[in-house]
Design a protein around this ligand. Structure first.
Ligand code: CP3
Length: 352
């Protein structure tokens, strides 16, 4: 269904400034372990990277939440760590532990990253995008994504998640020129991945900077804002017109400069950002997305419905996409996701 006779999908329209009758809604990590049908599908391929490289499985995983909930977007089923893997690093997903990578420490390893091979090695991701595009209804947007260079560098240097990026930060302070070279090579790989996803049919892109909040103010500018702005410039040249969302999780006061200086079309807020502040400071400039606490989504109850109302009341008068402040947690009852999606769909906004 077209919206307002524009022929544009609701999510794409909202992100480009054409406000919709209700705020578009999707959930970060909307596919995955909280869905029993995903857990069944996963058993067919216990190796997670192989799962991500099998379009028949990833297409199905991405469609599962769309069958249950009235969402405005599907997100390609893949992982941010497919890029380090495509670059030739060792990446494994260990049950109960998360990702484990061989820590990157030397200049020679940075030069050995197979940047030119990335587009070829990510063909299964692009095939998944094409299959999804064909399967989705006309009014459902398809979101392609990548991790940001800083967040990928954290995983590649630390070798695992769950740190505060201490080794990556130390590397950046001790060897800034070498670290800049790593960021530049990661950025090239990220652009290749995102352009490939658009060429295969993605109509919105999101950059996940899950570890942006670990940086001090000046390095935040150097390793988050500047590389993001460069990636945005490259994408605006290569795939003009595709809305770009950035998610600098935990950026705190840094959100303002990130929004002002990256050239993104939308910024995704973690749950710590006050919605009224975002409405006053960020929304006049761009669309905002967010920012329900994922723990509240898992908990449910009257507090959940009340918080969904508060977020919509604060942000729905401007360009707004409803989402979480971080991904859906594995313990989340799917009924809570259904209830929130329905509540947002029922939100009446004035389209002044
Ligand atoms: O619907 C979707 O969003 C699915 C696609 C998707 C996955 N990972 C699948 C996945 C997306 C967009 C991601 C992004 C991602 N991956 C991020 C950025 C968002 C964030 O949460 O901050 C990060 C940091 C990763 C790295 C990663 N991948 C971790 C830390 C883990 C293990 C712990 C966890 O959160 O699941 C993964 C594994 C992973 N990626 C799973 C899924 C469904 C679980 C794998 C399984 O089936 O066991």
């Amino acid at each position: 269904m077209d919206t307002q006779g524009t022929g544009i999908k609701p999510l794409v329209a909202e992100l480009t400034g054409i406000r919709q009758p209700h705020p578009p809604v999707w959930f970060m990590r909307q596919a995955g372990r909280y869905l029993p049908e995903y857990q069944r599908l996963r058993r067919e391929q216990p190796d997670f990277l192989r799962f991500c490289a099998t379009p028949a499985l990833t297409i199905e995983a991405a469609l599962q939440p769309l069958r249950r909930f009235p969402l405005d977007a599907a997100i390609v089923f893949s992982d941010i760590l497919v890029i380090p893997h495509a670059l030739g690093r060792s990446v494994r997903f260990v049950e109960g532990e998360g990702p484990v990578l061989e820590p990157l420490t030397r200049a020679a390893e940075i030069e050995a990253l197979a940047v030119d091979a990335v587009a070829d090695r990510l063909q299964p991701v692009f095939a998944s995008v094409r299959g999804l595009r064909a399967a989705l209804a006309d009014d459902v947007s398809l979101i392609g994504f990548a991790g940001s260079p800083w967040t990928l560098a954290v995983y590649m240097i630390e070798g695992r998640g769950g740190t505060q990026g201490e080794r990556a930060r130390a590397f950046s302070y001790a060897q800034p020129a070498l670290f800049a070279r790593l960021m530049e090579r990661l950025s090239a790989a990220i652009v290749a991945s995102l352009v490939g996803q658009v060429q295969a049919g993605a109509d919105v892109l999101q950059l996940f900077d899950s570890w942006a909040g670990t940086l001090a103010a000046e390095p935040f500018r150097r390793w988050v804002i500047e590389p993001t702005a460069a990636i945005v410039r490259a994408l605006k040249a290569a795939v003009p017109g595709v809305p770009l969302i950035g998610f600098p999780r935990g950026a705190g006061l840094g959100y303002q400069a990130y929004a002002a200086e990256t050239g993104l079309d939308a910024v995704s807020l973690d749950a710590s950002v006050p919605p009224a502040w975002a409405a006053a400071v960020l929304q006049p400039r761009m669309a905002v997305q967010g920012n329900l606490d994922n723990v509240l989504l898992a908990t449910g109850g009257a507090a959940l419905a009340a918080q969904v109302d508060r977020i919509c009341a604060a942000l729905a008068d401007g360009r707004f996409v409803f989402n979480l402040g971080h991904g859906v947690l594995p313990e989340t009852p799917p009924e809570h996701v259904a209830a929130v999606a329905a509540q947002v769909r029922g939100w009446q906004r004035s389209l002044r």
